[in-house]
Design a protein around this ligand. Sequence first.
Ligand code: SDX
Length: 429
Amino acid sequence: MVAKTATLTVGDKSVELPVRAGTIGPDVVDIGALYGKTGMFTYDPGFTSTASCESKITYIDGDEGVLLYRGYPIDQLAEHGDFLETCYLLLYGELPTAAQKADFDYRITRHTMIHEQMARFFQGFRRDAHPMAVMVASVGALSAFYHDSTDITDPHQRMVASMRMIAKMPTLAAMAFKYNIGQPFMFPKNDLDYTSNFLRMCFGVPCEEYKVNPVLARALDRIFILHADHEQNASTSTVRLAGSSGANPFACVAAGIACLWGPAHGGANEAALKMLSEIGSVENIPKFIAKAKDKNDPFRLMGFGHRVYKNYDPRAKIMQRTAHEVLSELGIKDDPLLDVAVELERIALHDEYFVEKKLYPNIDFYSGITLKAMGFPVSMFTVLFALARTVGWIAQWSEMIEDPHQKIGRPRQLFTGAKPRDYVSISKR
Ligand code: SDX
């Protein structure tokens, strides 16, 4: 196949740059040699037109509303598989056989306990600390307890650290929740599946047996599948950049949790539910739509819009169905927040501002309604997002570490500051 090239001409200078094609999706212009050949950088602060890496893990077609994990459509995985099967797929690139799945489940289950001294670590927080603050700290602290899996040059240690994080995130998340509400920590139980175990650690108490609701467990497991990975989003890019310096995986995932916390990213599920509560009733929707359209008003419709999806977020469709399923199972006939959400979506999808800017509901729009109905406080919503996204961060981090051409990420800049000038003594200023 004739290699394609792109020609960049600036003034009397022209440079040929190689064009690379992926298996699907946009081609890329490889600009690695640009600075050396022209003395110029490219400039793309929000990375709106920049591919930061090559990856085989997740593919998104924002115009068609398509999301593939290792080539498999998200709706098929959410419908037919469970979260640990998705974890295996993201980590190893293929769906597991029955034997591989059983072995993976067994290994994860036996890493769910945390070092007993970590329980004391939580005592250092105020009870009302935001659970995301606790997660950033406790996941980073794992590197202080599991030194035997921090050598990133050792494939075995990388695998052990990966298993430990996927297994321990539910335990740490449940502990953050229990600490926040002043209830005792619940130990994981090896005879429960991953998501049922998490529900019991969150809502069970030592005084009685906890009965898992299989409909809720299945719904939450599906929600974890939807949140597992999403190409080079902000928190994944954070994990990759942190990992490019050789930092240990626990520290890298802690950096990812910190980035996910922002309301423009994973914090949007918490912000979206707060927004729906603030709107309060269907009658108030036009006022908030006007605020969202007002250039002078920083207000945005949380749970709407996306950097990549310029069509409906395929995850939002499944989230909406799951919201109805959970509310029905819990006998919640008319949730005012759901009424507001459905009407807000209907209005926004017909409003020329949202149509023109291609703003659709994203994964965060319906997730809060479902999680609130399950009994999670709003402050736990992004923690659940981080719990599910841990496998995506780890898969992307592993892919980067295993890339023989991997080097530390070190972007340059367009400098518009002061030109060189001499120091002026204070007596002369
Ligand atoms: C996640 O990247 C990922 O993949 C993230 C994620 C994942 O799985 O990892 O999908 C998870 O983070 C989902 C997104 C959650 N965030 C929110 O719901 C917060 C609300 N959404 C916006 O903040 C915004 O849509 C972003 C941050 C999601 C995307 O921002 P972009 O791509 O930088 O787009 P933009 O801010 O340049 O907006 C384009 C235009 C602007 O108007 P103009 O300046 O062109 O006139 O659309 C407007 C924006 O003002 N706009 C909105 C809007 N989102 C964008 N106007 C009102 N309400 C909104 N929600």
